[in-house]
Every structure is written in structure tokens, then in C-alpha cells.
Design a protein around this ligand. Structure first.
Ligand code: AHR
Length: 662
């Protein structure tokens, strides 16, 4: 291993610099342990945008499984004698199909589902097909044949997995079989046809991988949920975003419709189906199959505090200028009751109405909900006047619950300036800030939180991402600037208590918004450079902030700081100092980490440096090349209490040293 002098000499040679390079000395004050870093600090924001839930994380492979899309057979192709009925066993989803013997023009009666951009299946994995069925016209039994079919370029269909299923009752019953394809196919179709002469009714036709995340039947795609768990998130916010508000009040996310038997959860529209006319997805709806119970369970299973966001009684204000899209104040009670009932659903005893439902769904122990957000991107006087009665009611019933209010859709400006004082007046616990901003914004916001009022609510940076100019999405440079900006959050962890990048997921064939943290197709996913930034922060969050200065100043990328951003934390559980430095400049920078205040007997051992870097700032990870940008870990050795190194241009680095005693 080369020492610092050799490194510096090589650096000077490579840059052709004759003068002695001035090192950037970052002084870490080890003696004074600063503010606690909240376990919630680095988390996840989830919304059903970009087919994030239906067609994504929610592992259901069948689209429009209950025939409730406004065009009831959307996603289905039918042939033979098939009819749509509407007096089915599930009150909220009354439609189903009836399959009868075909007339002489058709050889068969059946239907095919196209899935979400195809039905993706993997060789030798098991898939659980289930259906509610009955024999409406009597008979002892009827048979259906269930196939996975691969369409080829000639328009021919080759069945590569098939099973017969016997329906044996005139009463509605759930039937299931396992399909085990012998080949991998991202774009198959599910075909069902009548294989006997007895008429059969079919409802809630479903196909799930057996191997879901944690094996739940109404489960989640394992690779996607695992990617979430691998971050070690402290908080999990759901279910959005704008879908919380709805384009109108009727289509807001209504959590009560998302719990209970999945067959009876009604369909909701998904505003991302049509919000951007140039990204129009007429088959994008919310099945609510991934509902609030599943969100709470996922939070628990990935070790994150759940953070539900509820409607405050204002439909999307971007799309509704009229008051008619707002709940009149005197009619707000049922919205407030929804919030109180949700807390009961999460935390209530099994003898309570909503606690009982949670128990019946499989989780008698409470989910221990501590945070609730009311309203997403709201603004104007209409927001605080609606939020106020929520605050009063929640405080009265659940004094320990932490309430989160909004500062509107922007990172600054009139709406933001109006809402922050209003949130202080209402004494909410945290204020949600959103910033989807370009590179130059991130470069100049390193000190954003340094002068925030310490007496008011804390900050929840609830949606943010660096949006590159031009046609760059999820490129390395955006991730680097997010990392740089996050040093400012970390330095101010006394006031910034939560931060969640957004959006989380995007299907490569069905996105409405980019950049996003994780991209996927029907079989695989790819973690972006931004994902790795989030992961590096979450894995190296530490427990307490340490003061870190360069020439007596916070390192915020300010003038004279050579494009450097830095923060330091102490991890009291691991006895480790963790220093994060982003070099946003185009040149390598000599760096000295000076651990001030350590005693003579203190030694720093087990040094590690993890870097995230790309020689091409426009580079990104793709499904075809998912490993273009990955964190690289090397061991480093520190001399005494000074660590000298060269931090490469355009690089984010995390340095870790364990404190020991000689
Ligand atoms: O994350 C995408 C959208 O951005 C969210 O739905 C909304 O809250 C914000 O405008």
C-alpha cells in the first residue's frame, strides 16, 4: 500500500502541478458528541406510480383479476361462449365471467390475460393459480384447463405449463393449482379454457409466485422487497404521493377500502394512468391488493417505522382550482375519523373494532404506529384550516402520536414560506418538504438546514431527487449531488429526522416519472446509483453527529471549499467514526481527516473506505448492465490520528475508523 506522500507525489505528477497542493484538512471534533441521529433518519417513500404496486412490488401477475376495470374485459382476450355477469359473491367486485360450451363456430370457450406488460415467469419456480368458481347450471363437475402460453413472432401460441382444475360445486368456492413452468418467459399470457361441457363461472382469477417475500400468499415480489430491506430503512412512508389526495375526493386513497378480504377490496383509479398525457397508461388502476395491512407488515419485516399518509380533505390542488374538490370544514369529521380509526387499526387492542380486523387479517399484536402524516402536497389557507382539527383530535386521542404536516410542493417560494409558520403555529411534530430540483440547486443547498429554527417542528425531507438537466436520468452525477446534499441533512440531524428519496420504483415499460430509485422489468430489477447513495447513508448512519470543519467552517461546497461536502458521525454501538465526503469537483482532491481531541492512548483501527464513483458522470446502471456503478470497499490505514488520502474527482466516499485503546 502506498503512503500519503507517494500518493501526493503521484497526484502532483498526474495533474502536472509544480506547486505544493494544498490539502483539504477536515477536522473532526471527537471529544464533543453531538445530536442524536434518529433511527428514522434514512428511509423509503413508496407510491403506486410507474406500476410500483400493481404490476410491480405487489406480486399478482394478473391484471383486472376481478373484471372491475371500467371496461370489464380490459386485459383479457375472450373466445367462444363467454359472458360477463354482475351478481358475484363479492359485493364490492360483483363482476365475473361465465364460460359455456361453444357454439359450432368455435372449438373452445376461454380467455387469456395479458398480465402487466406480459406475465413474467421463471423456469422451475412454482406459481399459484387461484380462482373462485361455481357450476351455475348444476352438473357434478366441470373442468378448466389453465396454461401459461408463450406467443411467438408467428402469432403461434405454445403452452409451456398446464394443469386441469376440477370445479365441483354449485356454490362459490376458491380453487387453486400450482403451475411449474420449465422455461423462463417474461411475456407469457395466462390462458384458461373450458375443458368439459358443463358451464362454469369464474371470479377473482389470480396468479402469484409461491416464492414471494417472506412467503405470504397475497405477497410481494421477492427481489423488489429484498431490495428495500437491503437498504435497512428507518422509516417507510406509504401509500404516496399524489395518489393519497386523488384527482377528486372519490378517488383519493381510502385506506379502509384497502383492508379485509382481498376479493372484496374495490378497484380505485390510479391518477398516474392519465396525469401526463404523453405517458398515458389506460390500464393502470389500483387493485388495493397491496393495502394498508400489507404496508404495515412490510414495514415491520424490513425493520422500518411505518409512516402512513392520509387525505386531509383536499383533492389534488394542482388539478383542482375550485373549492368543490375540497371537503367543507363542517364535513371533515369522517376524514378525521379515518385517521383515528387507522391508528386503532395499527395499534388498537384486538377487542377494538379496527384492532380486531387487524387480528383477523393475521396480526394480533399491534404494529406500534408512531407517526402519521395528514396531507401530501397541499397549500393555501385551506390546508392549515383542515389540518387543525386533525391535530386536535389526534392529540386528544393519541397524545404520543407524532403528526406530520406539509410545506407544499416546492423547496422554497410563497407556498413554502406561508406553510412553515403555519405548521409551527399548529405545532405539528414534523414538516414534510419536497424537492425535485436540478443539479445547481443541490450544489448550492449544502447549508440548507444549518440555520433552521431549532425550536419548531423537525424536518421530514419526504420526497427528493436530483433531476438532471437534459435527457439524463439516474445518472451518476445526480446521485453524487444527492450524496453531497445529504451531508447537510446529516450535519443537521438534530432537526432533520427523516429523509426519503422519491419515487422508489419504476417499471421500464410503464413509467410516468423519472428518475426513480429502483427500475425493474417483469423478472429482474436494477439498483441505481441513487439507491447506493441511500444505502451507504442508511448503513452508516451512526448514532450522533460530530462537528466537522474545514478552516473553521462547515463543509458545504461553499466558495473556496473545492467542491467538497462533508459530515461526520459517531456510532456508539460500533465505537466507530464515520466520515462522509463528496468531491463534486472535476479534479482529485488531497484530503486530510484530522481526528482532533483523541487521547494519546486512543488508536484508530480497522479503517475502511467505501467509494461510489464513475469516470463518466452520465453513466448509469441498467437492467442490461446493473453493475456499472457499485460501491467499492478498500481497507485503509491511518497514521496516528491523521488520515491523508486523495479523493478522486466526482466521488462520494465513506471513511470508517474504529476507536480502540493502545
Ligand atoms: O413522487 C412523484 C410525485 O411527486 C408524488 O406523487 C407527489 O407527491 C410529488 O409531486
Amino acid at each position: 500500500m502506498r503512503n500519503y506522500k507517494q500518493l501526493l507525489a503521484a497526484f502532483l505528477l498526474s495533474t502536472g502541478t509544480m506547486a505544493i497542493a494544498q490539502t483539504n484538512e477536515l477536522v473532526i471534533q471527537t471529544k464533543k458528541v453531538g445530536a442524536e441521529i434518529q433511527p428514522t433518519m434514512y428511509g423509503l417513500f413508496f407510491e403506486d406510480i410507474n406500476y410500483g404496486a400493481d404490476g410491480g412490488l405487489y406480486a399478482e401477475l394478473i391484471k383486472n383479476r376481478s373484471f372491475e376495470f371500467p371496461q370489464n374485459l380490459m386485459g383479457w382476450k375472450t373466445y367462444g361462449t363467454i359472458s360477463l355477469q354482475n351478481d358475484g359473491p363479492f359485493e364490492c367486485n360483483p363482476h365475473y365471467v361465465r364460460l359455456s360450451t361453444p357454439n359450432h363456430e368455435h372449438k373452445r370457450t376461454g380467455l387469456e390475460n395479458e398480465g402487466f406488460f406480459g406475465v413474467g415467469v421463471k423456469a422451475n419456480e412454482e406459481y399459484r393459480f387461484s380462482v373462485w368458481a361455481r357450476l351455475p347450471q348444476g352438473g357434478r363437475e366441470s373442468k378448466i384447463r389453465v396454461e401459461l402460453v408463450k406467443p411467438n413472432s408467428m402469432g403461434e401460441h405454445h403452452a409451456f405449463a398446464a394443469q386441469e382444475l376440477v370445479v365441483s360445486s354449485g356454490e362459490w368456492k376458491k380453487y387453486q393449482i400450482i403451475l411449474k413452468p420449465n422455461m423462463t418467459e417474461p411475456k407469457s399470457v395466462l390462458r384458461i379454457f373450458l375443458a368439459s361441457e358443463v358451464t362454469v363461472d369464474l371470479e377473482h382469477i389470480s396468479l402469484f409466485p409461491v416464492d414471494t417475500w417472506k412467503g405470504h400468499e397475497n405477497g410481494l415480489r421477492k427481489d423488489l422487497a429484498q431490495a428495500l430491506a437491503d437498504i435497512h430503512p428507518g422509516i417507510f412512508r406509504f401509500p404516496g404521493g399524489c395518489i393519497v389526495e386523488g384527482t377528486d375526493l372519490d378517488t383519493r386513497y381510502d385506506w379502509k377500502k384497502s383492508v379485509g378480504a382481498i376479493e372484496n377490496r374495490p378497484l380505485n383509479e390510479n391518477r398516474w394512468h392519465y396525469t401526463f398525457p404523453h405517458r398515458f397508461y389506460p390500464d393502470y388502476y389500483q387493485s388495493y391488493g397491496l393495502g394498508f395491512y400489507e404496508y404495515f407488515l412490510l414495514s415491520e419485516e424490513i425493520g422500518a417505522e411505518p409512516l402512513p399518509v392520509l387525505s386531509c380533505g383536499l383533492a389534488c390542488q394542482f388539478q383542482n382550482k375550485e373549492m368543490s374538490a375540497h371537503v367543507p370544514l363542517e364535513e371533515l369529521d369522517c376524514y378525521i375519523q379515518d385517521a383515528l380509526d387507522l391508528i386503532e387499526f395499527a395499534n388498537g387492542d384486538v377487542t377494538t373494532t379496527w384492532g380486531k380486523l387487524r387480528a383477523e387479517m393475521g396480526h394480533p399484536t399491534p404494529f406500534n404506529l408512531k407517526y402519521i402524516a395528514i396531507g401530501n402536497e397541499q397549500w393555501g389557507a385551506e390546508y392549515p384550516e383542515r389540518l387543525a382539527p386533525f391535530v386536535v383530535a389526534i392529540r386528544k386521542a393519541y397524545p404520543a402520536m407524532k403528526i406530520i404536516g406539509s410545506s407544499g410542493p416546492g423547496s422554497e417560494g410563497d407556498k413554502f414560506d406561508y406553510l412553515w409558520p403555519e405548521m409551527k403555529r399548529l405545532k405539528v411534530d414534523l414538516v414534510d418538504e419536497h424537492f425535485y430540483r436540478p443539479e445547481d440547486w443541490f450544489l448550492t443547498q449544502g447549508a440548507r438546514y444549518d440555520n433552521y429554527d431549532r425550536k419548531g417542528p423537525k424536518v421530514f425531507a419526504g420526497e427528493y431527487a436530483c433531476h438532471g438537466k437534459g435527457k439524463k436520468y439516474n445518472h451518476f452525477h445526480a446521485a453524487l449531488l444527492e450524496a453531497a446534499f445529504m451531508t447537510g441533512m446529516e450535519r443537521n440531524a438534530d432537526i432533520v429526522h427523516m429523509a426519503t428519496y422519491a419515487p422508489l420504483f419504476a417499471h421500464v415499460e410503464g413509467w410516468q416519472w423519472r428518475p426513480d430509485m429502483i427500475w425493474f422489468d417483469n423478472l429482474n430489477c436494477v439498483k441505481t446509483a441513487s439507491y447506493y447513495v441511500q444505502q451507504l447513508y442508511a448503513h452508516n448512519a451512526g448514532t450522533n453527529v460530530l462537528k466537522l470543519n474545514m478552516a473553521g467552517k462547515n463543509v458545504t461546497g461553499a466558495e473556496g471549499q473545492n467542491g467538497l461536502f462533508a459530515s461526520a458521525v459517531w456510532d456508539r454501538n460500533k465505537n466507530t467514526y464515520i466520515i462522509k465526503v463528496a468531491n463534486t469537483s472535476d479534479v482529485d482532491q488531497p484530503i486530510t481527516l484530522n481526528f482532533a481531541g483523541l487521547g494519546k492512548k486512543d488508536v484508530l483501527i480497522d479503517g475502511v473506505c467505501i467509494t461510489l464513483q464513475s469516470t463518466n458522470p452520465d453513466n448509469d446502471n441498467t437492467l442490461a448492465s446493473p453493475q456499472n456503478i457499485l460501491p467499492q470497499e478498500t481497507k485503509v490505514v491511518i497514521e496516528q490520528h491523521l488520515f491523508n488520502t486523495i479523493l478522486k474527482a466526482q466521488t462520494f466516499a465513506v471513511y470508517k475508523f474504529k476507536k480502540g485503546v493502545k
